[in-house]
Design a protein around this ligand. Structure first.
Ligand code: GRF
Length: 211
């Protein structure tokens, strides 16, 4: 059984896709050990509570400095004893200590086809604003392992989404969520739960059957 802890900051639609996948069996052998948010107002926390999942807020505002917050965040994650940490719209720069402790056991969903429109400053609607400004005809989403960089870890899965004439950032964000994020994040977790994902020389390998 893969124990996952999901870190969130906002509406939690990706968290909801994971909750639904675990409940419906499309993410087998997986249990959500906990949900952690940096934002006490995140609706994602309410989604967790409605699903009967332990949910806590670890807010930077509650700590005297960044170091104390980082320590509290790591402690909160450790308390859930996760096999895998899933960043689902989590807008916090992870402390290096957390990334090192859970090397190749943290995944993130980014709303573009990395390496496009990613890195510092590219999150939420800003990603889709940049894609529309550039005039790309295809965008999408990426699930990747988290390393010490920003959106730079080994790529696990990507899914393309067409950009349509007249798209606004909001319309495009919604389509990327519906047609990409909510599909590839649960699928990636299911592959990891099945033991089919490994990282070799910085590249993700997905086997046909359990390793
Ligand atoms: C969305 O912009 C999504 O593309 C990105 O994080 C934001 C919040 O998503 N991954 P969610 O509804 O909180 O899952």
């Amino acid at each position: 059984m893969l124990r996952i802890t999901v870190c969130v900051s906002g509406g939690g639609t990706n968290l909801q896709a994971i909750i639904d996948g675990v409940r419906q069996g499309s993410i087998p052998n997986t249990e959500i050990a906990g949900v952690i948010s940096n934002n006490g107002n995140a609706y994602a926390l309410e989604r967790a509570r409605q699903a009967g999942i332990d949910a806590v807020c670890v807010s930077p505002r509650s700590y005297e400095d960044r170091e104390r917050f980082n320590e509290a965040l790591l402690a909160a994650v450790d308390r859930t004893s996760p096999d895998l940490i899933v960043l689902a719209g989590f807008l916090v720069v992870l402390p290096s200590a957390l990334i090192r402790k859970y090397e190749n056991r943290i995944i993130n969903i980014h709303p573009s086809l990395i390496p496009s429109f990613c890195g510092t400053g590219y999150y939420g609607l800003k990603v889709h604003e940049a894609a529309l400004a550039r005039g790309v005809k295809v965008t999408g989403a990426t699930v990747h392992f988290v390393d010490e960089g920003t959106d730079t870890g080994p790529i696990i899965m990507q899914r393309a989404v067409a950009v349509r004439q007249g798209d606004t950032p909001e319309l495009l964000q919604r389509r990327v969520m519906e047609e990409a994020e909510w599909i590839i994040l649960p699928e990636s977790i299911a592959l990891i739960a099945a033991g089919r994902v490994s990282v070799e020389d910085g590249q993700v390998k997905i086997t046909d059957r359990e390793r």
